[in-house]
Write a protein that binds this ligand. Structure first.
Ligand code: NJP
Length: 270
């Protein structure tokens, strides 16, 4: 029987590919982004696609989207909490407002949608929450401090929340991709620090050159990740984490090794 998916950030990038892959697998998909027209324009003719506007920073709108989806289709089987963007650049070049905006979308927006959907899943004692985090939720580098802070927060929140939901038959899949070919690094999505600090000028110029060179050339294929997510969602015993891409697994592995060393060395100082 067709399952019901609710996908955020489905107008472009990974969210659109996940929605498409779910539709191609025969599922019913409520695909959302800030503009329903943008979602409609992103898809061809699918009779199981239901486009709707949802800005994830609007908690009330998230509640309404979840309630109307559950009422109309009888369930929300899979939530894909995907919408997000990056504030890229060196920490001191960001205004406080920009840092808060990053958290407003990536953390609090993602929480809004999970908070809206969880009661409907608890009622049925079933469901899967797929959270699109990032390898930047496990590893932080210069230039990515603000984005990483928001994704580390997503990781910390969802790791604990997943344990709270498990007794109700609700599963969680945290996805940590490496670099994906989407609009993510493009001016259409990414924002850059706006405060001019001469001390950082050279490092920032190098960082911007890295971003400009990587934009459009990222190794990760969002279609491939989308297909993997749809396949994992169909399994009864899906993993709770999926680190996608050789780049991500290398960075995450190096971080774990470094942490292990630092933990072992900590015993010497204790
Ligand atoms: O980015 P992009 P991705 N409310 O820019 C939507 C993570 N990730 O697909 O409203 C609702 O092509 C926006 O919709 P619109 C990343 O952190 C990526 O790569 O039309 N929706 C669009 O559909 C994010 O969590 C990479 O502008 C909002 C979508 O989000 C997820 O993957 C690596 C919104 C963004 O599409 C998808 O990003 C990684 C809001 N307030 C993790 N704000 C990567 N690409 O390299 C934005 O590790 N959207």
């Amino acid at each position: 029987m067709s399952k019901v998916w609710l996908v955020t950030g489905a107008s472009r990038g990974l969210g659109r590919e996940i929605a498409r892959a779910a539709l191609d697998a025969g599922e019913t998909v409520v695909a959302t982004a800030r503009s329903a027209d943008a979602v409609r324009a992103a898809f061809g003719d699918y009779d199981r696609l239901h486009a709707r506007a949802l800005d994830i920073t609007d908690a009330e709108a998230a509640n309404t989207a979840a309630a109307e989806t559950a009422e109309r289709f009888g369930a929300i089987d899979v939530l894909v909490n995907n919408a997000g963007y990056a504030e890229l650049g060196f920490f001191e070049t960001f205004t406080d407002e920009a840092v808060r905006r990053q958290f407003e979308v990536n953390l609090f927006g993602t929480m809004n949608v999970a908070r809206a959907v969880a009661p409907h899943m608890r009622r049925r004692r079933a469901g899967l929450i797929v959270t699109i985090s990032s390898v930047s939720g496990l590893v932080s580098n210069g230039g990515g401090a603000v984005y990483s802070a928001s994704k580390f927060a997503v990781e910390g929140w969802m790791e604990g929340f997943a344990q709270e939901l498990a007794p109700f038959g609700i599963r969680s899949l945290l996805v940590e991709p490496g670099m994906l070919r989407t609009d993510f690094m493009d001016g259409k999505s990414a924002s850059f620090g706006s405060i001019d600090i001469p001390d950082y000028a050279e490092a920032i110029a190098q960082y911007r050159a890295f971003v400009d060179g990587a934009n459009g050339n990222q190794p990760g294929d969002p279609k491939r990740l989308a297909a993997r997510i749809v396949a994992l969602a169909a399994q009864d015993e899906a993993p709770s984490r999926f680190v996608f891409g050789d780049d991500a697994r290398q960075w995450a592995g190096a971080k774990v090794a470094q942490l292990q060393q630092e933990i072992a060395r900590s015993a010497d100082y204790d």
